[in-house]
Each structure stands twice: as C-alpha cells, then as structure tokens.
Write a protein of this length. Structure first.
Length: 442
C-alpha cells in the first residue's frame, strides 16, 4: 500500500444483495451442534486452501531472499515475482500479457491475465499490487493480496469455470510509488474498453498479523456483497478508511468504474472495541511490520488470510455469473409461511424427507428465504431428524432486511430420511417477519 495517508471518516450503508452462502464452523447452536465445515460459497465457488496461498507467499519470500531482501519496482526481485505468477497462470490456461512502463529511470511491469470465455463487453476485474517497498520482502503488503488472487485464478482453472461475464486478473507494478502501474493500465485503455469493466475488486493487505476486517465502501453493491459474506460467517466488518485513495482501486474509481475490495489493516492502531469483536491486541498496529524488513512470511495471520481469500473466490463466482448448471439433485421444499415472533420464541418449519438411501450428503444444500425487517436479529438453525443442530446464521450487526441464501452443511453423519426442521428466532425487539420458504437439495 502506498505510504502516504489520506484520512477520511465516512460510512456508506449499501443495499444488501440476495446471495448464496455457507458456514465455516464450528458455532454452537445447541448441546448437540455439529460443525458446518464448508466455507461460505455460491454454488460451485470453492473453499480456497489457505495452504496453497501460503505456498505462494513462501515463493515470494524466497524470491526476496535471493534478490537483496525485497521485491521492489526496478529491482530483480520484482521481475522474478512477475515471472513466477505468469508461469503459474500460463500453465493454468490463462491468456497473459506483460505491460511494461518506465518510472524513476527503471522498467516496471503489469501482468494481465484473461480467462477465456465470458461476455467481453462485461468484464469483472480483480487486482493486487505485486511490488514491495525496498525495505523488505512485502509479504503482507502486498504479497498476501497477490497470492490470494493468484490462487483464486488457479481455482477458476481447476473448476473449468464458464462465467457469463469475462474474468480478468491484474498484478500491478510500482504501486508503492503512487499507483503507477494501475494508472498506466487505465491510461492504455480506450474509453470504450474502460466502459466494459463492470467492476474492479482490489486486495491490498489481507493477512495482517493483528487483523481487522475492512470492506471498501465506495460502491454500495460491492460493499454489500462482502458485508453479507462476512455476516454469514459471524464476522463483523467496518468500512475501510485507512487505505482510501492509497491503493490501486483509486485509478479505477477515478475512471468511473465501480470498485470494491478488502483490507486487514496497516499502521493504524487497533482500538479496544475492534479487539473486542475481532480478537488480537488493542493499542497495537494492525501490521507492526508495515513497510519494514520484518514484513516476512512470519508476518501473516492465517485465519484472516483464509477468510479473505475465500471471500475473493465468493465474489468472483458471484459477480462473474457462473453459467455452468449446478449438479442435479432431489429437492424437498416447504413453502408455507410461518410468522416469526418479535423478540420471542423460536419457530420451526418442517420438511419430511423420504425415499433416500443412507445418510445425508456432506454438501447438503439448505436454501432459506425469510422476509424480515432486520435480519441482523435472526438466528437460523437446521435441525436434523435425530436432533442434531447446524447453525446456519448467527445474529449480528447487519441492518439489512430479509435472508435469501443457500447454506452448505456437512450432514453426512445423519440419516437422510426423516423430518428436518428450519428453526428461526428473532432475538431483538421491533422487528416483523416470517419464514417464506425453504428447501433441501440432496
């Protein structure tokens, strides 16, 4: 992230999207609650293995070690970093382009990777800067974002994704000198080509060791996409203010392109309130090694890196409009309305499953449609025939209405046949709502 700071204080409340989701467990819902083991996804969106992301970070660390301790613009470590990422993408079937530019008497490069297919007049673009400062290897800033989008791109290839929109990834050079590479890229596009980019997502520092969960609030739709994702995990978010105007989303925003993204914090200090909801240490910077020699592969919080990389995949699959038909399955549905008492007892809606053999699947799909004036007060559980409870949604700081989501639970320890129940409770006052419908897909 660019070193100088532009501060502001603005909160934007984005409209919520109707999204599909699943849970990372465990979260206790009763004395016999089971883990919901899959990450929050849209259908087909993968759980990105954090070990794969960390393997890329280890490679970037090795590159820095072999090239004077950094991967800065104009240095050999930066070119080696570009070559590493390009090699991975070329092998995965992406069409890659190296864009060179000159800054400060040195040559820099952007790497652009296009996934074949999709409507080229509607582009979803994802980016991160690959350069470090000269003081250190830049593993969190911004090896973390670069590795996160790289592994997401490789997941696109592994899945053989056939998106409705065209997917493009970018790794930017010379961000630490003022978004030089990303601005060069925008300047190289015609007005017509810029208008084809429906949205740009930026990921600059997503593994800070004392992490926060910050969401860019520049565009209401993209802001709501990520806030809804983390709400499904029971993780509170805050609007991103520390890096506003300081990273590669800024040139895109200035060009009139909707921007979004995630950030885990740099040299601002974590407050007591933030430590209370996110853990970590109050009174300490989110990243004490920001722009320092200690920004090494040891300077990463695995949980934050894992959650944020999964969120990148979720956004890519959602925004690109996956067009591959989902696998077929047997659907059981209850469309009867059930009123939800305001700040009252839990209510249940049953579905009786018959004709199945053996246990439920490890990826049981639970689609939930609840009409409600304040979904942040809702707690939702799936109750299996044997009484096992799977927490689908916790209450939280989410002021948007309605729940329209699909959750994936590992119910493989439970017999499929029998009566399953959706249990919903409103734990706060001054709300109205009802269960509209829900269904199970085996």
């Amino acid at each position: 992230m660019l070193q100088h700071a532009l501060r502001r204080s603005a909160f934007a409340a984005g409209a919520a999207l109707a999204v599909t989701a699943a849970l990372v467990g465990p979260v206790a819902a009763s004395a016999d609650t089971r883990d919901v083991t899959s990450s929050q996804t849209v259908p087909g969106a993968p759980d990105i293995p954090v070990a794969n992301v960390k393997a890329h970070l280890a490679q970037l660390q090795s590159i820095a070690n072999a090239n004077g301790g950094n991967r800065a613009h104009g240095r050999s470590g930066y070119k080696a970093s570009i070559d590493y990422v390009k090699g991975k993408l070329d092998a995965a079937g992406f069409t890659t382009t190296l864009q060179s530019f000159s800054y400060g008497g040195s040559t820099g490069w952007n790497l652009i990777a296009d996934w074949p297919g999709g409507d080229a007049s509607h582009v979803v673009m994802v980016g991160a800067h690959l350069d470090s400062v000269s003081a250190g290897p830049g593993i969190n800033d911004d090896g973390s974002g670069s590795a996160g989008i790289l592994e997401t791109a490789l997941a696109v290839s592994r899945a053989g994704l056939k998106p409705a929109k065209h997917l493009r990834f970018g790794w930017w050079g010379a961000e630490e000198y003022g978004m030089v590479g990303s601005q060069k890229y925008l300047n190289s596009l015609s007005a017509a080509d810029r208008s084809k980019i429906d949205g740009y997502l930026n990921f600059d520092m997503i593994g800070s060791p004392n992490p926060g969960y910050f969401v860019y609030d520049d565009d209401a739709k993209l802001d709501a996409l990520f806030r809804t994702y983390f709400s499904g995990l029971g993780v509170a978010t805050e609007p991103e203010t520390e890096g506003d105007g300081r990273s590669d989303h800024a040139p895109f925003k200035n060009a009139g392109i909707p921007v979004g993204g995630l950030f885990s914090g740099a040299d601002y200090i974590k407050t007591s309130a933030q430590a209370g909801k996110w853990g970590g240490t109050a009174g300490v910077a989110f990243d004490r090694c920001y722009h320092s020699s200690c920004d090494t592969s040891a300077n990463i919080d695995d949980t934050a890196l894992d959650r944020m990389t999964d969120a990148i995949a979720y956004a890519v699959w959602t925004l690109s409009g996956e067009s591959t038909p989902p696998p077929g399955g047997t659907v059981f549905e209850n469309t009867a309305d059930v009123a939800i008492p305001d700040a009252g007892a839990a209510v249940e809606s049953p579905i009786t499953v018959t004709g199945r053999t053996g246990n439920a699947p490890a990826a049981l799909q639970v689609a939930v449609a609840v009409k409600h004036s304040w979904r942040g007060d809702l707690v939702i559980d799936l109750i299996a025939p044997n009484g096992t409870a799977y927490r689908l949604k916790n209450s939280g700081n989410d002021s948007a209405p309605d729940v329209d989501a699909t959750y994936t639970v590992n119910a493989s320890a439970v017999a499929a046949n029998g009566t399953w129940k959706l249990r919903v409770q409103d734990v706060g006052p001054q709300d109205t709502g009802y269960i509209d419908s829900w269904k199970l897909t085996f």
